[in-house]
Every structure is written in structure tokens, then in C-alpha cells.
Design a protein. Structure first.
Length: 165
């Protein structure tokens, strides 16, 4: 049988192996696996949106206790970090025989530069069902301000009237 590929089937096997390597190295499959066997620092996916009055940041942090989530704000950058424990180290998992371990565990960290400065002293964070929502009010001085316009003629009259001429 004549191969349809000029370099034979070895080339196809090499291509398939490279595709698999790249996919497993850089694209986690459905979040079930992560490079380094599920450990290491993982970036955290976020949704960020703004209104004229505030910025909201929403992050999915399944499996984490709210006490283990750290949220900081400095120099217009919001950072979320923490650690997701492995089930193997839990009380139930210590004496178990593990057959499949695909749930991600380990440290995560994510920083995002906000679109405008906020008043971090008025920020609020709410945690519910593995989701954290952070609301940061826009700093008053960054909100658009209306500037009053005076007519040139009215201003001259007021100046002339006060001079006594």
C-alpha cells in the first residue's frame, strides 16, 4: 500500500504527537487538567465591567474557602490570590486509594489594572456559591465634572461696574 503522505506515516505520528503536546501544555482540557500535574500558580479567569459609578470584578473560585482568598488593591491594580486544597489531603482522602485525580488544586494569582481609579476604602466583596464579586466605587475626582461657562460680555460688565468709572 502506498502512503498518501510524502514522508510516510511517521510524519503523521510526529504531527499528532506535537499537537497533543502543545494542547496539553498550553490549553487545559475543560479545566480538568493543568500543566505540572495540577500544581503551580494558575491564572484566574475574571469578568470586569464598569459603570459611571463603579467597577465590578467577578471571579469563579470553586473549592476555596472565602477565608483563604486574598484581595488587595494598590496603584490602580486589583489582585486576587489564594490556594485551592487538594482532596487527597482532606480527612476523607488521606487513607483512600485514588483512581482518578483531575480536579485542579494549588495556588492561583491574578492581577488586573482597573479602567479608572477607585476608592478602595469603600470597596465591597461578596462570596456566594464559589463566586466572588468585588465592587469598587469610582473615585469622586475621576468622575466627569460639569464646568460652568460664563459669557464674555456679562463678565466684562461685572468688572466695569465694580471699577467706579
Amino acid at each position: 500500500m502506498v502512503s498518501q503522505f510524502p514522508f510516510g506515516s511517521d510524519f503523521v505520528l510526529l504531527r499528532d504527537a506535537m499537537n497533543q503536546l502543545l494542547q496539553e501544555s498550553f490549553v487545559p482540557s475543560g479545566g480538568a487538567r493543568w500543566p505540572n500535574g495540577g500544581s503551580g500558580v494558575r491564572p484566574l479567569a475574571l469578568d470586569v465591567y464598569g459603570t459611571p459609578d463603579e467597577v465590578a470584578v467577578i471571579a469563579a473560585v470553586p473549592g476555596i474557602n472565602p477565608d483563604d482568598l486574598e484581595i488587595t488593591y494598590a496603584q490602580n491594580t486589583l489582585t486576587l490570590s489564594g490556594s485551592v486544597p487538594t482532596a487527597a489531603e482532606s480527612e476523607q482522602g488521606k487513607n483512600a486509594t485514588w483512581y482518578v485525580r483531575e480536579l485542579w488544586h494549588g495556588r492561583f494569582r491574578r492581577s488586573v489594572t482597573l479602567p479608572y481609579e477607585v476608592d478602595a476604602s469603600q470597596a465591597e466583596a461578596a462570596f456566594e456559591h464559589g463566586m466572588v464579586r468585588i465592587t469598587l466605587p469610582r473615585a469622586e475626582w475621576t468622575k466627569p465634572q460639569k464646568i460652568a461657562i460664563t459669557a464674555g460680555g456679562a463678565q466684562r460688565e461685572a468688572i466695569g461696574a465694580g471699577s467706579g468709572s
